[in-house]
Structures are given as C-alpha cells and as structure tokens.
Design a protein around this ligand. Structure first.
Ligand code: WTA
Length: 635
C-alpha cells in the first residue's frame, strides 16, 4: 500500500499510525519516491521547539521548480499546467502547458539574473492574478531568490512596510489590474510605496491593461521586451533543503506584520502530499482554487502543491460577482472543473444570491469541494453541499495557517465521513493537542481548549524574517514544547476537531487575518482621535466585521461625526487597505480599562456583539462607569 495516496478510512488510520510512530521513515519514504533530488539528505529531521529550530531533509539538494516543472516535461509536456481564466468572460482562457510554463519560467529567471538578482536576494511581487504572477514566483524559486508576494489589494503604505522589512532589491508589478468592471492603477501604488523604499533598485513592469504608466528612469523596466529576448533555458540553482523559498507576511495581534519564512524541501514535500490526498487529484482532472496567490492558500494550493503533482491548476483573475453572480459556476462548467476550493465568505456571498445563478450551469464535473480561511457556519456548509456538490461531492473543511505552510486538519474525501463545521481529523504526520488554562494537555474526547501541535511537520515556517525572537515568543512560548496556533478548538466524542476561532487579537474578516493593533495605529493617526479600540462582531457575509470605539480629543469645537468616520476609514485604506475598513464606529468618552491600564477588549467585544447579558465583574475596572455609557450608545 502506498502511503502517498490514501483512498479509504482504513488506509487513513493505518497511514496515520505509521506517520506518528515513525515520522522520519514515513516522510523519508514519501520524499524518496515522489520527488527528484540533486542530492539525498543526510538526516531526515532534527528539531528543538525550545530554540526553536526545525530542520527537515538536512543535507539534501534540490530545486523545487525541477519538481514542479522539468520532471513533468517528458510525460506531460503538452498537458495544461496553468489554465488562466481572465477577468473578462469574453476573452479567451489561456492554456499554459508544462512546456510553455518551463519556457516562461526559464526566460523570467534569466531576466532576473540579468537584472542582478541572485540566490538569497529578496524580490517583492505585487501583481494581480495573471500568469506573470505564477511565472515570477517560480522564476525566483528557479534561481534561489526569495519571493515575497504582497496581495495586490494592500495599500502603498502596507506594501512599503513589507518591502522594507525584508529589504527587497526588486519589485515585480504591472501597469494595472482589472477587478470586475474596475481598473486599478497598481503601478501608481508601487510608485507611491517606493518613495519610502531605498532598498529597491529595479522595478519590472508587466504590461497588462495597456496603460501609459510612466517609467522611472534608471529604476523601472518593461518586463515583456526583456522576456522576449531572454534565453529559454535556465539551469536551476542548487538549493539546500533548508534554504528559504519565500517570505509571506501575516498579521500579528500586535506590531508590524510577520514575515513568515518557508524553506524548500519540507514545504515542497508537504504541500504536494496534502494536495494529492485532500483533493484526491487524478491525472487529467482540472483543479481550481479561487484564492489569490497573495495569500498562503494560493502559494501552496494554486502553485506549488498542484504543480508538484503535475496537475492542471486554474488561475482566475476576476471576482465572483462579475459579470454576474454566476461567474464561478460558469467557469466550473466551461473548464469541467473537478476540484473547487474556496472560502466561507465567498460561499456566504454566493448563497445570498438567487439560486438560478447556480442552476443554469452544469456542475456535474465537480468531485471535491473545499473550504478554508475561517470557520464555516452550518448554513453555508449545507448550501455548498446541497446546491454545489448536490450532496455527492464531499466538502473538505481544511484548517491550516500561513505559518503551517499546508493543510493540517481536514477530511480526506471519500475516506473521512464529514460533519458540517468540523475540520475532522489530522492529516498524516500532524499531532494536534488541546491545552487548558493551566497549560495542561487535555486528554480524552469532548473537550475544548487551545489548539497546539506537538511534533514538527515538514512545511512549518522556520522563523520570522529578521526576528527569530518574535517567532519564539509568538508560537513556542505559550505552551512548553508545543507550537501554539492562536486558535481554539474542540474535540468531539469521535476525536473530530472543530475549530472555534482565534483566541488572540486577530480578527478574520472575509477570510483575511487582521491584527487589531495596526488598525488602531491607523485610526489614531487621525488628528482628532485620542484613543481607539477595535473589536470584531459577527457579519453574515464577511464572517466578522470591525467595530471601532473611538475617543475624540477634547477641543471644545463641534465635529461632524459622519465626516470623521469617513476620514478614519480613508486613513485605514491608505495605511492597510480597504479590507480593514471599520463597519461601525462608536464615539465614546472612555474605554473600559483594568487598573494596570489595559483595555478590556472582552467587554468591548460583547457590547459590539450586542451580547451584554453576561459582562462579568466590571467593578474591578478603573472606570466602570464608561461601560454603561458605551452600552447606551452602541451602534
Ligand atoms: C483560520 C489560511 C476554521 C484560523 C490558510 C487560522 C480556519 C487562520 C480554517 C489562518 C478552517 C483557516 N476552519 N478556521 N477550515 N482555516 N482558519 O494564515 O483562525 O490566512 O488560524 O491561513 O484562519 O489564516 P491564514
């Protein structure tokens, strides 16, 4: 029996048992049989969560693009690797074969080299969902440059912070992007960001919307003329197993975004393995993940995982509502999509629309439906299962994080029986546990606590770029010798896990992780604002929305509150991006604080959720009287 492809529940339990009894030989045999190595490893795993230091496949040499592209050329050269579906439904889809992918990536890699990029340099990629995004990611990997993709919905300020944090030498962008019927001037955002980024020497600009964006002399270059003249062979750089492959930023509850560093071999092995099993991908199937490559889901399950398996992966430039709410289903029908992977927020938005948008399309090709990014509510789960999967395509509720690199807890379709809202069982190699308030591991079933992982897996992030101490403090200090996820979970009587949500100050809005602190910092930039506190409250499409409590400075003059609200959201848009805008803003004279001066967010959260039946003991607060006042004026 192959450990690589699990087909039923019995196999799952057997494979799982082997994977935890002897993780090293388990992962070594998968790595050996399913990947190409320039040199094999000397040691499968060494780890110490107290430092923390984790190394997989030490001594091995490889290049991930040989695994994702070159090795498929002999047997799958003409197979579609990337199926690009443009924003405009009237434009032709582009089928990029593995051979074409190889040519494009090699040319791009040669351009990077000719522009002075070499192994270990950081390259920031700020692009919409167009083929150049996939090519540039893989071109970096080809030459060992560390890519840092920044989601193209982030503002100039957010982009600049990320560029500077990892000292990127180059930015790859384009003249603009299409989103539904909107056109976004991406290059202008880059120009704005780069006013504050002295580390950037070169900007490569892909032409996409055919605008006449000005190029800055000596810094900016059109990409395509360089690509057209570059040679289409490029010898891949030899990478050590633990060489960084990429940095991807994620919000923390405090401070600047964290540049999570993923390394080469373990990330490759784990994303490929989980892609195969969680989506049960078979040759000639068409797989589509609707995420943006600016997030980890796109890295692991649009690019690396699918391509390492020689799959056909769809890349969609547009949005689910354009030209109408039937777009996703029109694409599923058109390309006969077999696996469809999206987020609960998208499912909820789609479920609000008329069912005729679904019914007019033939969805019979669908085999597996996936969801990721936040807990999926029961109603959305059923809508997805009934109307999209017609109760015959299993819904895989996949739980994981930017930090984990790949899916950790998920059903295996056709093997694990699913239950709505449960991510079910850990994948092979994953050893979750729940911790109670006294930092004790909770044995047994029917318990809930803080979700930790107690043994390393190959694709875990190895550090935070430039700040190993923060990596240790954030993930390895709450519970001794365990990786702490920041999520709460419960384990039911059958051992299934249900993720209950964040237990820290990260709020997930439409599937995007947002730390409260950076948003508060932005709000406090408003000249009239003295202090602010942001909490989440339930929203029927976004999952959570943001509620801001704002204290204005006392100046004696009357202010137009609606105007201040608008200005606050404008500042947030400039600092972070429109995704972090506040849905509700309440002006208040004070915030409930502990005697040590800490804001009691628990109370603010309850008030914002209009759940004030049990606020707990407020008498120990420094200023208990403000609670009453805040409750009276809740919006
Ligand atoms: C949440 C996304 C419940 C969780 C891959 C996690 C989920 C955070 C699920 C990571 C799920 C992700 N059920 N919650 N299936 N998937 N989450 O880094 O709180 O963008 O910690 O990675 O999303 O978000 P990130």
């Amino acid at each position: 029996m192959s450990d690589y492809h699990i087909k039923n529940l019995e196999e799952y339990f057997q494979v799982y048992r082997r994977s935890v009894q002897d993780p090293e030989s388990f992962w070594a045999s998968i790595a050996e049989e399913h990947f190409v190595w320039q040199k094999k490893w000397d040691n499968v795993l060494s780890w110490d969560f107290t430092k923390p230091e984790i190394k997989w496949f030490e001594g091995a040499q490889l290049n991930i693009t040989e695994n994702c592209i070159d090795r498929h050329l002999a047997t799958r050269g003409d197979k579609t690797a990337i199926l690009f579906e443009p924003n405009d439904p009237n434009k032709e889809a582009r089928h990029i074969s593995y051979r074409e992918l190889h040519d494009n990536v090699c040319r791009f890699a040669n351009v990077l080299r000719s522009q002075g990029i070499s192994k270990g340099d950081r390259v920031c990629i700020y692009l919409p969902m167009i083929p150049e995004l996939a090519f540039s990611v893989l071109a970096c990997a080809r030459i060992g440059a560390i890519h840092s993709v920044v989601f193209a919905g982030f503002s100039a300020t957010a982009l600049a912070t990320r560029i500077n944090d990892s000292d990127c030498k180059m930015v790859i962008t384009c003249d603009g992007s299409f989103r539904g019927n909107k056109i976004i001037d991406l290059k202008a955002i880059v120009d704005e960001a780069l006013k504050n980024c002295p580390c950037v020497e070169t900007v490569l600009v892909a032409k996409h919307i055919n605008s006449n964006t000005p190029l800055k002399e000596g810094r900016d270059k059109w990409l395509h003329p360089l690509l057209n003249t570059a040679p289409k062979e490029c010898i891949p750089e030899t990478m050590a197993a633990e060489d960084p492959l990429f940095i991807l930023y994620t919000s923390g509850s405090t401070g600047t975004p964290k540049g999570m560093v993923h390394t080469t071999a373990g990330y490759m092995v784990y994303t490929a393995y989980t892609f195969k099993n969680v989506f049960q991908y078979e040759e000639d199937e068409v797989y589509w993940c609707t995420a943006d490559i600016g997030w980890i889901t796109g890295h692991s399950y649009i690019i690396y995982g699918p391509l390492a398996n020689g799959a056909t992966t769809v890349m969609f430039e547009g949005v689910p509502s354009y030209p109408d709410w039937g777009r996703f289903w029109q694409i599923v029908e058109k390309h006969r999509v077999n696996q469809f992977y999206t987020a609960p927020t998208a499912i909820r938005a789609l479920a609000k629309e008329n069912l005729s948008f679904v019914e007019r399309h033939d969805l019979s090709s669908l085999k597996v439906l996936g969801t990721v990014g936040e807990p999926i509510n029961e109603e959305a789960w059923h809508w997805y299962n009934d109307n999209i999967g017609k109760k015959k395509s299993p819904v895989v509720d996949t739980w994981w994080q930017t930090e984990t690199g790949g899916i950790l807890i998920s059903p295996i379709p056709f093997a694990t029986p699913t239950i709505p809202t449960f991510a079910t069982l850990p994948l092979p190699g994953i050893q979750p546990c729940l911790m109670d308030e006294n930092s004790m591991e909770m044995d047994g079933l029917q318990v809930d606590g803080r979700l930790c992982i107690k043994f390393p897996w190959p694709s875990m992030a190895r550090t935070i770029w430039g700040n190993h101490q923060r990596y240790k403090d954030t993930y390895f200090s709450a519970f001794e010798n365990k990786y702490f996820t920041g999520d709460g979970a419960l384990r039911d009587t059958t051992g299934y896990y249900r993720i209950t949500g964040r237990v820290d100050d990260v709020i997930i809005v439409s599937g995007h992780n947002l730390g409260t602190a950076p948003i508060e910092d932005a709000v406090n930039e408003h000249p009239a604002v003295a202090e602010s506190a942001i909490v989440g409250f339930p929203h029927d499409v976004k999952g959570n929305a943001l509620y801001g409590y704002v204290i204005l400075k006392e100046t004696g003059e009357d202010r137009d509150h609606d105007n201040v609200r608008k200005e606050i959201n404008q500042i947030i848009t400039e600092h972070i991006g429109p995704i972090a805008k506040l849905d509700k803003i309440q002006f208040t004279s004070g915030l409930p604080k502990t005697r040590s001066g800490k804001i009691m967010r628990r109370i603010l959260r309850k008030i914002a959720c209009k759940d004030t039946s049990n606020l707990g003991d407020t008498s120990t607060l420094l200023n208990p009287e403000v609670v009453e006042d805040i409750m009276k004026n809740v919006v």
